[in-house]
Design a protein around this ligand. Sequence first.
Ligand SMILES: Nc1ncnc2c1ncn2[C@@H]1O[C@H](COP(=O)(O)OP(=O)(O)OP(=O)(O)O)[C@@H](O)[C@H]1O
Length: 468
Amino acid sequence: MGDGSSTRSNSSNSSNSEKPEWLQQYNLVGKIGEGTYGLVFLARTKTQPKRPIAIKKFKQSKDGDGVSPTAIREIMLLREISHENVVKLFNVHINFADMSLYLAFDYAEYDLYEIIRHHRDKVGHSLNQYTVKSLLWQLLNGLNYLHSNWIIHRDLKPSNILVMGEGEEHGIMKIADFGLARIFQAPLKPLSDNGVVVTIWYRAPELLLGSKHYTSAVDMWAVGCIFAELLTLKPLFQGAEAKSSQNPFQVDQLDKIFKILGHPTVDKWPTLANLPHWQSDLQHIQAHKYDSAGLHNVVHLNLKSPAYDLLSKMLEYDPLKRITASQALEHEYFRMDPLPGRNAFVASQPMEKNVNYPTRPVDTNTDFEGTTSINPPQGVAAGNVAGGHGMGSRTMPRPMVAHNMQRMQPQGGVMAYNFPAQAGMNPSVPMQQRGMAQPHQQQQQQLRRKDPGMGMSGYAPPNKNRRL
Ligand SMILES: Nc1ncnc2c1ncn2[C@@H]1O[C@H](COP(=O)(O)OP(=O)(O)OP(=O)(O)O)[C@@H](O)[C@H]1O
């Protein structure tokens, strides 16, 4: 995975004896990122095989009230989620002294944010068609699984879409940060104001127009934006966020959307007039005429191409008419050459060279437990695809997955859960009865290996038309 483990030092200052027991399972490598909710660290398990792990430390809320027991219970449920295209949450650690939370995930070397940026700034050409199609198919496959399990991501964006580095899972895409958006009420309410910009570029029009009601369709809008960005290497709707009130009218973001797609009409989206910001929108558009640039022109796709057809169905204004993940997986686009595959990084032509993406920079100067910067962070900053977000300003996520929970002996006030009962849940109650559907059999959900055309005959059909 190009992890550079032999050259990265463990910079934790604490001796083993001072560390809480759970932390002693890992060797810290360094800080790899910062988002709205806290810091992300690269660590390595001490036992063989020494797996790389991404540990997210969640900051205290402004009120200093930590993570509530309800939130902790919900996070425990996320551990039951298991799918090849969803990042695995394999451990949850809670410091009961201040109710701070540490989540340990499988580490992924790459993310779409960096992959797109690398193509735009260094490679100088787009991703090949096979890679775009494979990434998109896997994204939809993971999302279909989440939606089938009644989980809406709510904050999909390129930095939350990870791709595995060297190893058996090389080139496999994994969705990060699902589930916690609801627990932490993201993306509308960050826990703390750390200067991290929360992007609204992937936010669905119904939310921008004030809908308080999230459905799985909001994720499909984000997938459409990400699909377009994979094709053009530029965010499709790059608006500036309005911050005047709790849920302000996002006029600039809507402007960016209307300029490309035209203004929505009540004819095509009947419930539009019921949305809270409709009146503000009416006043706004009275002063503005939208000559739609045409989506196909912006993404350079033929109006009659299957790729355009799929994209326009993802960017349908009316959430009820927007294509679902399971419908999208069945789309003609995925049935024509090049067929999507499991390793998205394979070159599409025999003569074509594989692109070598840069591995994640690691700041080895930041202390893990205190998360204090001993020296100014070095080499971790990364520019944004669209400019503006450096490392300190890239937007931040929330976590993922694993199975049974067990409460370990508290040491240093920190506990790790592995058994549902101890998280206040009855492990014998099926997930459906607890508000989540049973995860599909993993083998049903796994992508077929390489080319045989995933989503075709032989591949278990995804759940139909699920809309939450
Ligand atoms: N499991 C993981 N493996 C490797 N890197 C990860 C993992 N999870 C997150 N990251 C990376 O850590 C960095 C910070 O992620 P984080 O999710 O905290 O913020 P973000 O996605 O940039 O923004 P936001 O807070 O708005 O979601 C990102 O570069 C992200 O790709």
